[in-house]
Design a binder for this molecule. Structure first.
Ligand code: ATP
Length: 221
């Protein structure tokens, strides 16, 4: 069954969400106050409308109430983003995802009860920073304010060693939850599993423990 989405604001982020959802065959309504943006997306989205999303009457007319999930991707104009979000929650939209421009914007969105706040620039910055710390860190995903998951390429000193030899849990307090070997993924690795070249470890833990683990990777590789 096709699910219905609306994307408000067609900057780089909103535009990319719209393209992906449309490619996945989803029904997408896009709204932007800029005519050029709407022209750019009219052949991509199912419906493309020039409108000011802070105007409740317009959103009602567009039938936004029937949409499952609305993504508010207005960044620069924080006031417009917040007003739009308030209107959407008053109209009873079940799921609202809002792109936050900065921490202050995020704080206000949380205060008005938005549970899905995304912060793509900051998150990407963090991922890239972790990758810069060590080439072995392939990806970094924040799970909460103080827990994360990292994808780590098995370094030279890990090769041929088992998880029990490396003793990552006791030494750093993090857990190896899976090992990727090419296309295969071993989701419950045993303590005796030995690491081979190009293996990727998926490690979960508290940020301070992950950080200790990252430092160990830097020092020894
Ligand atoms: P990017 O994702 O490119 O970083 P951004 O965070 O800079 O984007 P903006 O350029 O501020 O985001 O806004 C994205 C889009 O939102 C713009 O195309 C703009 O026209 C649209 N927009 C801003 N305010 C409103 C509004 N009140 N109603 C509808 N669209 C709006």
């Amino acid at each position: 069954m096709k699910r219905e989405f609306a994307v408000i604001g067609l900057g780089r982020f909103g535009g990319s969400i719209c393209r992906e959802l449309s490619m996945e065959g989803m029904e997408v309504l896009v709204i932007d106050k800029d005519e050029d943006k709407i022209n750019e997306f009219k052949n991509i989205a199912s419906h493309a409308v020039i409108a000011d999303s802070t105007d409740e009457a317009t959103l009602k007319e567009l039938g936004i109430k029937n949409i499952d999930h609305v993504i508010v991707a207005i960044g620069d104009n924080i006031q417009a983003s917040i007003l739009t979000t308030v209107v959407l929650s008053e109209l009873g939209i079940k799921t609202i995802t809002v792109k936050a421009q900065n921490d202050y914007h995020e704080k206000i969105l949380r205060k008005i009860g938005v549970s899905r706040v995304v912060h793509p620039e900051r998150d990407m910055g963090k991922r890239i920073a972790h990758n810069i710390i060590s080439n072995n860190i392939l990806d970094y995903l924040e799970l909460s304010d103080d827990h994360s998951i990292v994808e780590v390429k098995a370094g030279k000193k890990m090769l041929g060693k088992s998880l029990i030899d490396l003793d990552i849990r006791a030494r750093f307090g993090c857990n190896v939850v899976a090992i990727k070997q090419g296309k295969d993924i071993n989701v419950s690795p045993s303590a005796e599993d030995t690491l081979e070249e190009d293996d990727v470890l998926i490690v979960i833990g508290a940020d301070r423990d992950i950080s200790r683990f990252e430092k160990y990777l830097v020092i020894d590789d």
